[in-house]
Design a protein around this ligand. Structure first.
Ligand code: PEP
Ligand code: NA
Ligand code: MN
Length: 621
């Protein structure tokens, strides 16, 4: 037989979009990854961002031209812009957020889980061609000081120029970070698309909109490959992958494996009359005032609070055995409504210029406004949806989750320690929630292990319960409920293990509660600058000073120790703020037992021990 073989037709190789491949990138995985994502998503071009001032000016000008941003009046708010989002893209989407560890129990029970291969297959379908007609931007960035021992590197691919300029504020982005990614340097990969291609597969065009996004949204994490894929949203925590996705969810898994901690904490330097500095990290659930506390102006004479971070801290044992902390971010992504000269003058000074505002209202003279900024609203505004607004309007002018994005370095109370690449040695760790009942203004844990118990039980109450009854508690352990990238019980064990490593060099642990209410439902404590009295007590305790009152839940101050007599609090308010009522605390212990039970065998025995010891102390006292 004579066979003639016709050669199989070789399909034409798809052309890599221009700019994707860069020969000067030292890390071949990075260079190849960008080319691969460009082949999948099919942008018109690929641009590597350098993080320069020129890039900021060019990109913001282009977004003003195409209607993505409104330039604010340069005399009132220099180099500042307003973005209005799609009304359906205004917040983090926790029900669309997934941790795709290979084993389901490594994500559960607090995270949504998807099998990593199945998730990748679904994402590949969504990302195929999703950048047609757009530019794919590559943003290399450092979390933490460039080259610092606690810092980590990341690269985000995005088709959102709004995300690019936001990342240039929120991280140390650009050439300096890229230069650090050598042939073997680990880096975290983030792929982000708004999911709104400008050309369909058949080549037909589609007009762009001011805030492109997609009704289908996914925020997915792959801890086994240190990667993040986010689709369909342009909003902060969903689109700026450096923040919640990397610095908390992925970093928490890196920290578990490497012996450090990635936490939802503000970071401050506290200096008293003696001139001795203390460093304090504090964890609170979202919307409990971390930004306000990080920028606090003490009412207590000769005390100073300096800002290092307002949302995320990375904590790592240092060469001397102490726990060192950095703020891995370079910007604040703060909630605008409620921010004013009265509540947070430091934030107001920080956002005077070079700020991106999202979903605030626009004034007639080209400045911004939001509920609570001034006590009297302007007579006319354009609201966050772009509609005319007057004080008689029945909807808020700014979205309640409207934000400002601003460089940390514009903060007038910024600490020099923000630049310390080794981080700062921590003296105290503080946990807080929003509790109308039960939890004293401040208490000190008996030990690290007891402090971990306190952190694991952090909660807020939905309603202001009557004195003596505990409302239903919404648990948010360590303020990390939506942010721990692995099993919550294992995370608690990891905290206990870190305590073993630190031994007697561990920071002291405290719990605070600014939100306790009296029988009449009004707050017992004025909060804001007066919280400096509590911080001062914490600082003195870290120096071993001050006598305390031992209660079943921890040490509390002598009422006189806060110097609060001068505040003119209601009769008995101070005593009530520091009192532990056994009955409702026993009720709370029963709720904690039920809560710990939800984590099954993952709940460390040490925390069960702490719960029984607390119950015992409450029973005998
Ligand atoms: C966010 O929503 O992007 C964010 C920063 O979250 P939070 O304010 O809850 O910390
Ligand atoms: Na920057
Ligand atoms: Mn936060």
């Amino acid at each position: 037989h004579n066979h003639t073989f016709a050669p199989l037709p070789v399909p034409p190789l798809p052309e890599v979009p221009s700019g994707a491949w860069r020969h000067d990138v030292a890390n071949r995985d990075l260079a190849g990854w960008v080319a691969r994502i460009a082949l999948l998503t099919r942008p018109d071009e690929v641009v590597w961002c350098d993080g320069s001032e020129e890039e900021w000016a060019r990109m913001t000008a282009r977004m003003v031209d195409d209607g993505t941003l409104v330039r604010l009046d340069p005399t009132l708010r220099p180099s500042s812009f307003l973005a209005r989002s799609d009304p359906d893209d205004v917040a983090r989407v926790e029900d669309r957020t997934f941790v795709c560890s290979s084993r389901e129990e490594d994500a559960g029970p607090t995270n949504n889980w998807r099998d990593p291969l199945e998730m990748h297959a679904e994402l590949d379908g969504l990302f195929a061609g999703c950048m047609r007609g757009r530019t794919l931007y590559v943003v290399p960035y450092s979390m933490g000081p460039i080259g610092g021992p606690i810092s980590q590197l990341g690269v985000q691919i995005t088709d959102s120029p709004y995300a690019v300029v936001s990342l240039s504020i929120m991280t140390r982005a650009g050439d300096e970070a890229l230069a650090l990614i050598g042939p073997d340097t680990p880096w975290v990969a983030g792929v982000h698309s708004v999911g709104f291609p400008l050309r369909n597969a058949d080549g037909t065009r589609r007009d762009d909109v001011a805030w492109p996004c997609n009704p289908v949204k996914f925020v997915t994490h792959f801890p086994d490959e240190n990667s993040i894929w986010s689709f369909g949203s342009g909003y902060g925590g969903n689109a700026l992958l450096s923040k919640k996705c990397f610095a908390l969810r992925i970093a928490s898994t890196m920290a578990r494996d490497q012996g450090w901690l990635a936490e939802h904490m503000l970071l401050i330097k506290l200096t008293g009359p003696s001139g001795e500095a203390r460093h304090v990290a504090a964890a609170f659930p979202s919307a409990c005032g971390k930004t306000n506390l990080a920028m606090l102006e003490p009412t207590l004479p000769r005390w100073r609070v300096e800002t290092i971070g307002d949302d995320i801290a990375w904590l790592r044992p240092g060469p001397d055995g102490r726990l060192y902390a950095i703020n891995p971010e370079a910007g604040f992504f703060g909630v605008a409504p409620g921010t004013s000269e009265a509540t947070n003058p430091v934030a107001m000074a920080t956002i005077r210029e070079h700020t991106i505002f999202t979903n605030v209202a626009l004034t007639d003279d080209g400045d911004v406004w939001w509920e609570g900024k001034t006590s009297v609203a302007p007579a006319h505004l354009v609201d966050w949806r772009g509609n005319d607004w007057t004080p008689s309007s029945t909807t808020p002018a700014a979205h309640p989750n409207a934000r400002f994005t601003v460089p940390v370095e514009q903060c007038p109370t910024l600490s020099d320690d923000w630049f310390a690449s080794d981080g700062v040695p921590l003296d105290a760790i503080v946990f807080g929630g929003r509790r109308a009942t039960n939890v004293p203004l401040v208490s000190e844990a008996f030990s690290w292990q007891h402090g971990v118990f306190v952190g694991s039980t952090i909660s807020s109450e939905k309603t202001a319960a009557q004195e003596g009854t505990v409302g239903e508690l919404r648990r948010d352990p360590f303020g990390m409920l939506p942010f721990v990238g692995y099993n919550m019980g294992d995370y608690w064990q990891h905290w206990l293990d870190i305590g073993e490593t630190l031994g007697d060099k561990a920071p002291k642990i405290f719990q605070v509660n600014w939100f306790r209410k009296g029988a009449d439902g009004s707050f017992l404590w004025p909060g804001f600058g007066e919280n400096s009295r509590v911080l001062a007590w914490i600082a003195r305790r870290t120096a071993g000073n001050e006598t305390t009152v031992r209660t079943p839940i921890g040490f509390v101050p002598e009422p006189a120790a806060l110097g609060a007599r001068a505040l003119g609090l209601a009769d008995g308010a101070l005593e009530e703020l520091l009192t532990v009522h056994e009955e409702p605390w026993l009720d709370e212990c029963a709720q904690t037992e039920e809560f710990f039970g939800r984590f099954g065998a993952a709940t460390p025995q040490a925390l069960w021990d702490e719960l029984s010891e607390l119950t015992e102390r409450l029973t005998v006292s």
